[in-house]
Design a binder for this molecule. Structure first.
Ligand code: FAD
Length: 361
């Protein structure tokens, strides 16, 4: 308990790193992208997140985390351990947390979910509702996405991951491991413990698409999340997505403040794929049907985005989620041609033509 009467959970881990000072700027930059406020003082860097606090003590080579609940502490341990492992790859780092919840083996970000109902939103899109227990954390941390863990025909009863002493998931052997793919939480109903996901049924053999095509009430899968960084607030947005980015784009149109202005383009196979979105903003939405051109081969979405001129005043943000080539063209245009910064743009590859299991941008 702290002075304000709320519970305080604390933990720490030693960092047996020779070169921590060489990584700390990149660690700081990554953690700041999760909306952390950083303060650097002699020998230490402090991070304040909405859900807790973290410190890197450079002289004692220790990282510390503090939060008021289990979800917050688990999120901090995962974020800190992932970030340090990412930048300290050359050193054989072994993170072992001590303190509150150090013996916990339940993975806070994991839930087993059960299909409640399935309906055809459009000819190519299936909206599936899942029920699970205690879903509050999926509305926290500003992340919109899930790592969905699918059973497959080869692996009908996979073993779900648990929590390691380093704060990261421990996976079973390949022979028992579920197949992971990323999807967006289209809707979260905390009152009824439900999550809704819109699955594109795409051509080609894909575990995610095939699972969704056959899903029926009572089927189970695992989810981990939420994933992703919070989308920066701005008064004007330029949004672009194909069918895979549409669930996230629709969520933005439903949740951004009403006074937000801007332009949104959504690429779809044909007009039969249009569906109702409760756009609460002043962002104008246009649909771009491919009309027979295969997904990933049509550049009209990237072209439409690249012809928009950005306002010269006010805060602006460019958000794009589609196939890898289109995402690269848009990223290059925004970053190199228009010289916009990382904090003003996000152009992500949500899938790549001919590539299986794309996990991130
Ligand atoms: C942050 C994020 C959020 C996402 N949200 C959603 C979402 O809400 N709904 C959704 O449907 N998808 C979403 N995706 C995209 C989804 O993860 C990919 O399409 C993924 O490849 C699907 O897995 P799969 O097992 O069906 O196919 P894979 O096994 O990954 O791929 C098999 C084959 O299918 C091809 N393929 C994959 N996707 C497509 C496609 N869209 N069109 C045509 N061919 C394709 C691949 O190129 C490959 O040749 C998201 C991706 C990211 C990174």
């Amino acid at each position: 308990m702290n002075d304000e009467g709320t519970i305080e959970l604390n933990c720490e881990a030693r960092l047996n790193l020779r070169n921590l000072p060489a990584y700390i700027d990149r660690i700081r930059e990554r953690l700041e992208s999760y909306d952390a406020e950083a303060t650097q003082r002699e020998g230490r860097v402090d991070f304040r997140f909405a859900f807790g606090e973290a410190t890197f003590d450079m002289s004692k080579l220790i990282m510390r985390a503090r939060a008021s609940d289990r979800d917050g502490l688990a999120r901090l341990k995962d974020l800190l351990a992932t970030t340090v492992e990412m930048y300290a790859k050359e050193e054989s780092l072994e993170i072992s947390w001590s303190g509150d919840l150090a013996d916990d083996t339940r993975l806070a970000q994991f839930r087993e979910m059960e299909v409640v109902d399935v309906h055809a939103l459009t000819p190519n899109m299936r909206r599936i509702r899942f029920s699970g227990e205690n879903l509050a954390r999926f509305g926290k941390f500003g992340g919109m996405h899930l790592r969905m863990l699918f059973p497959s025909q080869d692996m009908p009863d996979p073993i779900w991951p648990s929590l390691g002493a380093n704060g990261l998931p421990v996976w079973p052997s390949d022979a028992q491991r579920p197949t992971a793919r990323i999807y967006t939480i289209r809707k979260l109903d905390l009152g009824r413990d439900l999550i809704e996901v819109d699955f594109l049924i795409h051509p080609g053999e894909g575990v995610g698409s095939a699972w969704a095509a056959r899903a029926a009430p009572g089927k189970k899968l695992g989810v981990m999340g939420p994933l992703g960084r919070p989308v920066r607030r701005a008064s004007w947005f330029l949004l672009g997505a194909d069918e895979t980015g549409l669930p996230a784009l629709a969520r933005l149109l439903e949740t951004l403040p009403a006074e937000t202005k801007g332009i949104a383009f959504v690429e779809i196979a044909d007009d039969g794929e249009r569906h109702a979105i409760d756009n609460k903003t002043g962002i104008e939405l246009s649909w771009l049907p491919r009309n027979g051109v295969p997904a990933g081969e049509d550049m009209r979405l990237a072209d439409a985005i690249r012809t928009v001129s950005w306002p010269r005043t006010g805060s602006t943000f460019g958000w794009f989620a589609a196939e890898g080539t289109a995402a690269r063209l848009v990223r290059e245009h925004w970053r190199e041609t228009l010289s916009l910064g990382r904090d003003e743009t996000l152009a992500a590859a949500y899938w790549r033509r001919g590539v299986t299991g794309v996990m991130a941008a």
